[in-house]
Design a protein. Sequence first.
Length: 386
Amino acid sequence: MQTHTRASQISASLLFAIIWYAIFMPIASAQDQAASSHNAISTQTLDMWADVINLWQQFVLALPMLLLGLVFLVLCYLLAKPVSSLLVRPIGYLSQSQLIKLVTRRTISLLIILLGLYVFLRFAGLSEFAIAIVSGTGVMGLILGFAFRDIAENFISSLLLSVQKPFKIDDVIEVQGQLGIVKQVTARATTLVDFDGNHIQIPNATIYKNIIRNLTANPKMRGKFIIGIGYDSSILEAQQLATKVLAAQSTILQDPEPQVLVDTLGSSTVNLQVYFWIDAQQYSLLKVSSMLMRLIMREFEKNNISMPDDAREIIFPQGVPVHQMAEPDEHKAAQLNENAENKPLSPAIEHDMQASEHVDDLSSDTHDIRQQAKQARDPEQGQNIL
C-alpha cells in the first residue's frame, strides 16, 4: 500500500514538472531572444557612432588641405580670364583672326580651371576620382567628336578660313555655282547675297573643300562676246572697225588691250570673238557688253558689213521654175549701187551710234547689292569671324 502511494506521488511530481516547463520555457526563450536582439542593436549603434566619429576625425585632419585646395580652385577660376588674355597676345602678331584668339583664350581658361579642380581633388584625398575625371574628359571628347562630326568639321573649317582669308566681307565669290556677295561668315556657315537679292547659306566645310572663285580680288575683269559677219565681208575691216569702237570707249581698259579675233567658221558667218577688260569695281560687265554689242553692230551696218543669220536649207519637192530676165542696164545698176552707198542712216541707227558710256548707265551693280544686303536682316545669328 505504501509502495503504491509513493508511485502516485512521483507521477504527480513529473506531470507538474512537464506542465511547468511547457508554460514557462517559451517565455524564458523569448526573453533571451529579446535580450540578444537588444544587445545586437546596441552593438550596431555603437559601431555606427564609431564610424561617424572616425569620419569626423578624418575630416578635421583633412580640413586644412581641403581649404587649401578650395583656395587654389578659386584662384584658378579668378585668374583664368586675365592669364588667358595675357597668353593670347602673342598670337595677335601671327594672325588677326578674332575666332582664333577667342578659341585659344577659352581653351586656356578651361585648362586653368581644370588644373584647379584636379589639384582640389588631390588635396581632398580623391586622387582616383581626379584621374577618372581627366580620363573621362578625353573619352567624352572622342564621343562628342564622332557624334557631332559635321559641326566639328564646320568649326575647324571656320578656323582655317579665318586664318587664311581667301575672301573678305563684300567680296564677290562663286562656290559650287553659287555667285554672290559675302555678307557674313560665322562659325557655322558663310552667307552670300546673290544678284537677285536672295540670301544663300553655305556650310564652311563645303566652302573650304571646294573651289572658290573670287571675282573681287583682281579689280580688272575680262569680258567677251561673239559677233558674226558674212563670208562676203572683209574680215580685216570688221576687226579694225570693232577695235576702233573699243578704243573709243573710256570704260574699256587699254592695258590689257582689247582684241578682236576670228573664233570659228560657222555655216553662214565668220564668228569674231571680242575681248575687252574693264574695272569691275566701277562698271558692270553685263552693261558694258550690251553697249559694245550695240555700237559694233551699228558700226558694221554703217560700213556695209553684213551680219547674216544662220543658214537654213529649204527643199522644194516640186522644184522652182526659173525665168531668164532681161539684162539690166549697167548705168542704172551703177546708179543704184551709188544711191545705196550714199543712203543716209535711219534715225534709229543714228541714235544708237551717238549713244555711248556718257548716256548709258554702266555703273557696277555690286554697290547696290551691298546696300541691299546691309538693309536686310541677318538670316543667322552669330559673330562675324572675318
